[in-house]
Design a protein around this ligand. Structure first.
Ligand code: GDP
Ligand code: IMO
Ligand code: MG
Length: 429
């Protein structure tokens, strides 16, 4: 398909970056359409591990063009650091192959300071944000006072930046947080943003043309379905639309593009979450340590962006079915199947009980989750190491059955199964 939308099915960190990197071998563009540097997408190629926060994961292949869409919020400081880190690792980053929408919004030091101050003011009820200024930047966007990439080129940008920083200082003062040094922040910020001007590009027009010419676009979602501002576990969500349809609005592609789209939902073979909020299938104790890992391996469950230990649990089939519906998934991608090797009995959540009534779907969206008790089906595990398996027929029978059960619960076929973080540790079903 010309347009392939890769979207997280859970609470983020499903392995989207790893899958985009795998698919990018056969793609022309990799384009981020939402979020900012709250995302942390890991790509492993041999001994090199890339942790990408803003640049799309497809960029590691030399032939792809990376796009930052209008739906994103971009921190120039993080972006420049990432660009230079990539160059240092031998990845070419130049205006010819990294294009930023003029309508993408800018994250400033004020947004980051406000994010942290607002979290502190919430005390124990904090959201557990990444502290990257995401909420405040999207707040400014919705309030129609945000600064955008296109504004970098405007003669009054310095004045608008000053007004923005002064306004933020007034709020920081109300929250009892220290203000920003306005003059020095302005000089640093202008210095950074001036280095990005060459990367501004009409990405909507470019992607439209690319689709007409039959080129292949990967739209790389950030965060996951259950962190979506509308359809996630509100208020414990991020501030953008994370769902697959946002790929159209967040890149400036029209509805016609949807007719030529596949929508790949990436889910771990179990469930994780970082930050606060409901998590019906969460486990504690020994099994949690087993699923999370100790932190000794790069793929253990500790946040790519913040390093926080992730909460872990059994795969939730109710939330998976919900994700299929709200995204319009056409296929599933299962990651981290290898982590389940050696667990004698696997639990798969196939329904919930709410007030003694059994449900298989979420009638009221993700809102009432904390009142739901999971109902599990127990499946036998497998002992074999699967990290070298590349064909379905070579998977242990119980692993096949586990995957078939997931696919039948989701009523969606599985396209890919990932068995390790490395580019080639994957099987096509
Ligand atoms: P993303 O935010 O969805 O791109 O996911 P992250 O990169 O934040 O987290 C996924 C982690 O799991 C990374 O460390 C990946 O390298 C790793 N990973 C991805 N797929 C697999 C897999 O199939 N097996 C193992 N062991 N690790 C994987
Ligand atoms: P990727 O793209 C996992 C979570 C934060 C917090 C909530 C709000 O790597 O999957 P925010 O900083 O966005 O205002 O935080 O959302 N969160 C993520 N969790 N993966 C992510 O991105 C996330 N981006 C935000 O932990 O609970
Ligand atoms: Mg991540």
């Amino acid at each position: 398909m010309p347009l392939n939308i890769i979207v997280g099915v859970q609470w983020g960190d499903e392995g989207k970056g790893r899958i985009v990197d795998y698919l990018a071998a056969g793609a022309d563009y990799a384009a981020r359409y939402n979020g900012g540097d709250n995302a942390g997408h890991t790509v492993t190629v041999g001994s090199k591990i890339f942790k990408l926060h803003l640049v799309p994961s497809g960029i590691v292949h030399p032939h792809t063009i990376g796009v930052l869409g209008n739906g994103m919020v971009v921190n120039p400081h993080t972006l420049l650091a990432e660009m230079s880190g990539l160059r240092g690792a031998g990845v070419s980053i130049a205006p010819q192959r990294l294009h930023i929408s003029p309508a993408a919004h800018l994250i400033t030091p004020a947004h980051r300071a406000l994010d942290k101050a607002q979290e502190r003011s919430l005390g124990k009820g904090l959201l557990g944000t990444t502290g990257r200024g995401i909420g405040p930047a999207y707040t400014d966007k919705a309030a129609r006072r945000g600064l955008r990439m296109a504004d970098l080129l405007a003669p009054d940008f310095r004045d608008r930046l000053r007004d923005h920083l002064l306004a933020a200082n007034r709020i920081l003062n109300l929250l009892g947080a220290p203000g920003l040094e306005v003059d020095s922040e302005i000089e640093t910020y202008l210095n950074q943003t001036s280095r990005l001007a060459l990367y501004i590009h009409d990405v909507s027009g470019e992607l439209h043309l690319a689709m007409q010419q039959g080129q292949i676009i990967l739209a790389e979602g950030a965060q996951g379905t259950l962190l979506d501002i509308d359809h996630g576990t509100y208020p414990f969500v991020t501030s953008s639309t994370t769902l697959a349809p946002a790929a159209l609005t967040g890149l400036g592609l029209g509805m016609a593009a949807a007719r030529e789209a596949s929508v790949l939902g990436v889910t771990k073979a179990f469930q994780t979450r970082v930050g606060s909020g409901p998590f019906p299938t969460e486990v504690q104790g020994e099994m949690a340590e087993r699923l999370r890992g100790t932190g000794a391996n790069p793929w253990d469950e500790f946040g790519t962006t913040t390093g926080r230990p992730r909460r872990v649990g059994w795969l939730d089939g109710v939330l998976l079915r919900y994700a299929v519906r709200v995204n319009g998934l056409t296929e599933l991608v299962i990651t981290k199947l290898d982590i389940l090797s050696g667990i004698p009995k696997l639990q798969l959540c196939t329904g919930y009980t709410v007030n003694s009534t059994l449900i298989r779907d979420l009638p009221g969206g993700a809102d009432g989750l904390s009142a739901c008790t999971p109902v599990y089906e127990e499946l036998p595990g497998w002992t074999e190491d699967v990290t070298h398996v590349r064909k379905w027929k070579n998977l242990p029978k119980n692993a096949q059955k586990y995957l078939e059960k997931i696919s039948s619960l989701a009523e969606t076929p599985i396209k890919l199964v990932s068995l390790g973080p490395e580019r080639e540790q994957i099987l096509e079903v």
